[in-house]
Every structure is written in C-alpha cells, then in structure tokens.
Write a protein that binds this ligand. Structure first.
Ligand SMILES: [Zn+2]
Length: 331
C-alpha cells in the first residue's frame, strides 16, 4: 500500500570548514581545511537512527580531494544521494559568464562522480545564487531539478548580519552584494514550479521551503536558533509552518547544514557562528525531535524522489520566467 502522506524532501548543503572561512573572509581557507572526517560519521549515525535517506549537496572541490573520498563513499553506501553544490562554492554565480558556469557545473559533477560513483541530477547554488544561463546548462546536462531559490523577504537582514560579523574589503563586499538574495526574492513561489527558459525549455524548481504567505524560513538552523530561547516555542513555530504547508498544499523541501548537526566541541574553528556554543549531542536531539514532527505529516524522502513524484503527477505546475533580480542588483 502506498504512503498516504504528502512528501517532504530533506537535503543538506555540505558547506565545508574552508567555505565558511572563505565566505567570512578568514585567513587560511586556501589550504581547504575539511571537517568531512568528523562531520560525515556523526551525520550518518544520526540519520541512520532516524531511518532517513537524504540528499547531500556536495561542493566539487571537496569531492576532488582524495582525503574526502572515504566520507563521501560512506554516505552513498548508507543509501543517501548526492547533488551538485557548485565546484568553488562562490555565492555569486549570477556574476559568472556562461563559460565559467559550464565549467563550474561540469567540473563539480565529474569530481563527485569520480569520488563516489553517483552522477548528480540536482543542483543547489551556493548562497542561493542562480541565473537563467545556469538553468540552461543544467537542462543541457540532463538535470532533473534545480533547488537554488529561497523565497523570503529576510535576505537583506541575513546579509546585514553577515557583513556585521565578517572581516571583508570593500571589493569583497561588492562581490557578496546579493548574498542571501534581495527582498524581491520574497515574491517567488514557495511551491515547486517550472522555469520557462529563454531557449524555450523548462526546468523543475524545488525552492527551499519557507512558511507559505509570510515566507519566514523554517530550515533547521532557524529552528535551532529558536530552541535556544525555548524548545516549546520552536515546536510551536514548526507546527505553524507545517499547518501553513498543509493548508496551501505545499510539500516542504527541508534544508540542513553541517553546523546544524556539528557541535562547537567538534569544529572549534567555527565558534563565531551562531549556535556553535551548543554541543553535538544537543543538536542531534533537537534534530530528532524536528524530524519526528515532520514525519507525523509527511513522507520524508531524498530530493530526486520528490522531484520524480512532482513530475509524474497529472496536475499542471505553475510556469515562471527566470527574471534575475539578484543579477540586476549586483550588476
Ligand atoms: Zn553552501
């Protein structure tokens, strides 16, 4: 008998230690310090205990490093899938030329395939960056879906906080001018839809789900932040999000990051990030509670399973033209 619950997909952007340091403007990121060997065993154990298979969006340059291969293979062997999270993890893909974009996608894809034997069919841009040219390349390469958009009005607030905490030159600030998007990103739909591309082709978009109508985020980093004040408040907020999703027929795409599961005890270099004073054990407990609540309402699946189910349904998806608001702002 098939599962009567609607679906929700669960994915994790494997932003590595160096990419946090690079985005933040910290010295030493060029040596590409990695926490794969700490993060993956902990994450896989937590996911196995919850019987959860998810999509890991992997950065190509990490997949190209043989030191990370065992960790990546262990994730695939445990039944998880991998997606493409760009090669260099620069959150300004909208500033790339078409040639740069093509190289970025292809190199990451080849490195991930060589590392763990799985070809990527889904993409998420670093820092929610994207462009119409990027989508054309994904279609050229047979991708099933894109997952780069975060429909929220809060992007500029997140960027202001980030600039406040980071040590950046004016040039670096300009590059990061559209980081986390603009307030206009809030106008984009929360439910999956199809991009109508300049070439006439289409691509499925599965946005990172925000609460329908108000469009505030409820990914795990945000829930963990709320749990610091009150776990009861976090649960109430999550239940409100779920209620709004159910009322609007929205199947969530639920986003995780390594720092949602890694404690400050496991990655001391990242203690400047919010929430890194919490232990790994406490984070795993909050995560289990959140997954338990989501699982009361939704069948939790990796992103490609969700994408195929959406595409197989007879009901027509909304279609939108990819107007690059981020590129317009960043120039
Ligand atoms: Zn990322």
């Amino acid at each position: 008998m098939s599962d009567p619950r609607p679906m929700a997909s669960v994915s994790l952007d494997v932003d590595n230690l160096w990419s946090y340091m690079k985005t933040h403007g910290d010295a030493g990121w060029e040596r590409r310090p990695s926490y794969y060997d700490v993060f993956f065993p902990a994450a896989l154990e937590t996911l196995a205990a919850l019987r959860l298979s998810i999509t890991f969006f992997v950065v190509g340059i990490d997949a190209a490093d043989p030191a990370n291969h065992a960790a990546l293979r262990s994730a695939v062997a445990a039944g998880h899938e991998v997606g493409n999270h760009s090669h260099e993890h620069e959150p300004w893909l909208h500033r790339y030329s078409p040639e740069q974009l093509r190289r970025e996608i292809e190199t990451a894809e080849a490195s991930i395939l060589a590392a763990c034997g799985q070809r990527t069919i889904g993409f998420r841009g670093p820092g929610y960056s994207w462009s119409p040219q990027l989508f054309e390349i994904l279609v050229d390469r047979g991708y099933l879906y894109d997952a780069s958009t975060l429909p929220t009005y809060l992007g500029p607030l997140a960027r202001a906080y980030y600039f406040w905490t980071a040590k950046l030159t004016p040039a670096e600030r300009a590059e990061r001018g559209a980081l986390f998007g603009t307030a206009r990103d809030g106008l984009r739909p929360v439910r999956p839809y199809r991009w109508q591309l300049p070439s006439g082709r289409q691509l499925l978009e599965i946005p990172v789900t925000t609460i329908p109508v108000v469009k505030t985020p409820f990914h795990l980093s945000y829930l963990l932040y709320l749990s610091r004040f009150s776990e009861a408040a976090m649960v109430a907020y999550l239940r409100t999000a779920i209620l709004a999703c159910r009322a609007t027929g929205t199947e969530p795409s639920f986003l995780l990051h390594p720092l949602d599961l890694l404690g400050g005890d496991q990655a001391p270099a990242l203690k400047f990030f919010p929430g890194m004073d919490l232990s790994g054990a406490r984070k795993a407990r909050v995560f289990a509670r959140v997954i338990g609540i989501l699982g009361e309402h939704f069948q939790l699946v990796p992103m490609s399973t969700h994408a195929r189910a959406i595409l197989a349904r007879p009901s027509a998806l909304a279609v939108r033209a990819p107007v690059p608001t981020t590129a317009a702002v960043a120039g």
